[in-house]
Design a protein around this ligand. Structure first.
Ligand SMILES: [Zn+2]
Ligand SMILES: [Zn+2]
Length: 759
């Protein structure tokens, strides 16, 4: 019985900055084992010694009961001779070697910390930076690995004696919590006026007063600055819109708690879990009728949906509690610029937008936008995966022979770094169309390569020669390039999202992506696995009169589609024709001549065309606006549909213009727009189902992957999936990365990895 064994254990996964060492320490002490635990570049190393049964129990517990924020991916152990050690210690972090540790995403303030913040007797009472091993900033403050205070933006704050005691006490909740701090030693709040001049008084109290007075407040958050205004005050929200030059895109609101969310919106169980999760995304919720009296019309001008989030930093909690009502919280930028995250930059760029600045002296290292999700079919559908999620690794089912950098697409851009069996999809970079976002991309790549110790040997990219991400990839030296077709990347991202490799029937419906035949694709039925794909069917091509202008002006797509459907004789009494009479003939001519009118099979453009024909929107203010409004208009009860035509084979062609004409006729007959919208959606769902059934006949495949930005459309996704399932298909949808172009980088990485395995 006196036999002792000693085991050297390595734990890999998200195990740093999540309270893993204290957990190991507590476990060892409880079991009476000797040894040590420490962080290094690969994760956590442990040596443990004692009775064989207890060492075994210890090893099992590492896997079965890790701390809540940890993700244990691998535990490996080997026996070494016992040394007689009986005490257990925490070793200093080591540096050098490879950096294989995984950095945790930022985590919303935990209940224990909130209790302290609310306790007048606690030394952190009312403190805006309270955090512990279980919560607080992580990814946004990490400069380098290993994850230790000197490698974070907390490096400049020396711990006071009280904080140091907690930090070094293995029994304390703050044991080795790197951002630990208190009012005596940590970051401090400041309130600055419009011109950056310090304002007197309690910063939170004065900020609350300013908001109540209808002012616009810039607030420094975890990943950047927000602009805040009282959600109930129309004049304040309207002022915010005007100053931000953001006319129509809905704002999100922050509520103090779940009860606050329920006052405004319907919240089901899954939505509740998402709202209160450590990631705290903005969750798209259905508005209740009563919301109208609590939220000004300018918050979300178009419809019955509202983006809602709960406080995720102590500062948010303090503000919302003192205020007692919801605030609009939108990214701190003007129009489409990236959000400001450096203090000097914020003070400059948001001057003229904010009436005051509530900020602090803890720097943000990586700009990270709020994440956005909705719940569909009982699970999360990410629309933007960023703060709270990035850089948590996504598992790849195929191991990577060589490390990959996937450069992503263009809009809603992300990139992805992958090695071994991990894909690290970046935070949301934005639309890669100006120098500022492009720099975020290139700096982000450098940061990720360093954090995750990757020297990419493969560089995956889109085929579009004009994407800045493609140009970046082509300019890199020393790596092998892997071009991945845009819609193949979408389907591959859905496969990787679901941990499968295919082959499947892939339905990729989106705005635009560069095709293999010099047309712009976007309504594609593919037979695809991770390695390759075949185009099995697609929407018939139509011209986009004016190119990019046809994206901003959906009525141009309406004109092009109607021209095709009516064989050049579009009825002149259609409202869409009347409304755009001045330019109608010119645009038709542009389409017919095919000059500056690229051909596209895009499903997104089809949605635009019908939304315009139905009178929803002739010109858009932001990407996807017409389609979003068109979807929300749909009468949920209407079960009718239009006819549709699929002709030819390999690839078959779906005659989308017919559908535009059917909508036009229904509108002309005076059918209510909500009914028309529902019939249109039902028809597209049937087209998806029939297209997949055709592909099954020739391929024998009975699994379908639905991807592309069009599948952010809840009505279409739910109805198409239902029809497919009725017909015996297994349906894959997104749950971890967005179906939109934010997921493309993961798909590119998965394709590059699969091809490399396949060599
Ligand atoms: Zn905490
Ligand atoms: Zn302190």
């Amino acid at each position: 019985m006196s036999t002792r064994v000693r085991s050297v254990i390595r734990v890999e996964g998200v195990v740093q900055g999540v309270g893993f060492r204290p957990f190991v320490y507590g476990l060892a002490v409880r079991l009476g084992l000797g040894g040590l635990v420490g962080n290094d570049e690969r994760g956590v190393f442990i040596e443990v010694e004692g009775a064989p049964a207890l060492v075994a129990e210890f090893t099992v517990a590492l896997r079965t009961s890790p701390p809540p924020l940890a993700t244990v991916e691998r535990v490996s152990a080997r026996a070494v001779p016992a040394t007689g050690e009986t005490g257990f210690a925490i070793a200093r972090s080591t540096e050098g070697g490879t950096r294989r540790a995984l950095v945790s995403p930022d985590v919303a303030t935990c209940d224990d910390c909130l209790r302290e913040m609310d306790d007048p007797a606690d030394r952190r009472y009312g403190y805006a930076f309270v955090n512990c091993t279980n919560c607080g900033p992580r990814f946004t403050i990490v400069r380098d690995v290993p994850y230790d205070r000197p490698n974070t933006t907390m490096a400049g704050f020396a711990m006071c004696a009280d904080c140091a005691r907690e930090y070094h006490d293995p029994a304390d909740r703050r044991f080795h919590a790197q951002p630990v701090c208190c009012p005596a030693c940590g970051p401090r709040l400041r309130l600055l006026g419009r011109g950056g001049e310090p304002l007197a008084g309690d910063p939170v109290g004065e900020a609350v007063r300013l908001l109540r007075d209808g002012g616009v407040l810039a607030v420094k958050g975890l990943g950047g600055y927000h602009l805040a205004a009282l959600a109930s005050r129309e004049s304040a929200v309207a002022a915010l819109r005007a100053r931000k030059h953001r006319q129509e895109k809905p704002f999100a609101v922050m509520v103090a708690d779940l009860a606050g969310a329920r006052l405004l919106c319907e919240v089901d169980e899954v939505e509740e879990r998402l709202l209160t999760s450590g990631a705290r995304p903005i969750v798209l919720l259905r508005e209740r009728g009563e919301a109208a009296s609590r939220v000004a019309p300018s918050v979300a001008p178009s419809d019955g949906w509202l983006g809602v989030m709960m406080p995720y930093t102590p500062l948010h909690h303090l503000l919302l509690r003192r205020l007692g009502e919801p605030v609009v919280l939108t990214s701190g930028n003007v129009s489409d610029e990236p959000i400001a995250y450096r203090d000097e930059d914020a003070l400059t760029r948001l001057r003229g937008v904010a009436d005051a600045f509530l900020l602090h002296d803890r720097p943000i290292h990586t700009r990270t936008d709020d994440s956005v999700s909705r719940v569909l079919r009982g699970r999360e559908l990410p629309l933007r995966r960023s703060r709270g999620y990035a850089p948590r690794p996504l598992p790849l089912s195929l191991g990577l022979p060589r490390p990959v950098l996937a450069c992503g697409a263009e809009l809603k851009h992300t990139f992805c770094v992958a090695r071994d069996t991990h894909a690290f999809v970046s935070h949301h970079i934005g639309d890669l169309e100006n120098y500022e976002t492009f720099r975020s991309f290139t700096e982000g790549v450098e940061h990720f390569l360093r954090l995750f110790d990757v020297v990419p040997e493969l560089v995956a990219h889109d085929l579009h020669p004009e994407y800045m991400s493609t140009k970046y990839a082509l300019a890199l030296e020393g790596a092998e390039l892997v071009g991945v077709q845009h819609h193949h990347a979408h389907i591959a991202s859905c496969l990787a999202d679901n941990g499968v490799t295919g082959p499947v029937v892939g339905v990729a419906f989106d705005g635009l992506g560069y095709g293999l035949d010099a047309t712009l694709w976007g309504g594609e039925f593919l037979v695809a696995d991770l390695v390759s794909f075949e185009r099995a069917g697609h929407l018939a091509t139509v011209p986009m009169p004016g190119g990019a202008a046809a994206v901003r002006q959906p009525w141009r797509m309406a004109a092009a589609c109607l021209d095709v459907a009516y064989g050049g004789a579009v009825p002149e009494d259609l409202d869409v024709v009347r409304r755009n009479a001045a330019s109608w003939d010119g645009v038709l001519a542009l389409g017919r001549r095919g000059v500056n009118a690229p051909l596209t099979s895009s499903a997104g453009r089809l949605f635009d065309a019908v939304a315009s024909v139905a009178g929803v929107r002739d010109v858009i203010g932001y990407e996807g606006q017409a389609a979003i409004e068109w979807e929300r208009l749909a009468d949920p009860v209407e079960k009718g549909h239009y006819g549709h035509r699929l002709t030819g084979s390999s690839p078959f062609v779906v005659h989308g213009a017919d559908l535009v004409a059917a909508v036009a006729e229904d509108v002309r007959a005076g059918t209510e727009a909500g009914v028309v919208s529902a019939r249109f959606h039902n028809t597209v769902a049937r087209i998806v189902a029939e297209g997949c059934a055709r592909v099954r006949e020739t391929s024998g495949l009975s699994t379908v992957a639905l991807s592309g930005g069009v599948f952010q459309n809840a009505l279409l996704l739910v109805r198409a999936a239902a029809l497919l399932e009725e017909d015996g298909f297994h349906v894959l949808t997104h749950g971890r990365v967005p179906p939109n172009d934010g997921g493309v980088s993961l798909g590119q990485a998965a394709v590059a990895a699969a091809r490399d395995n396949h060599r």
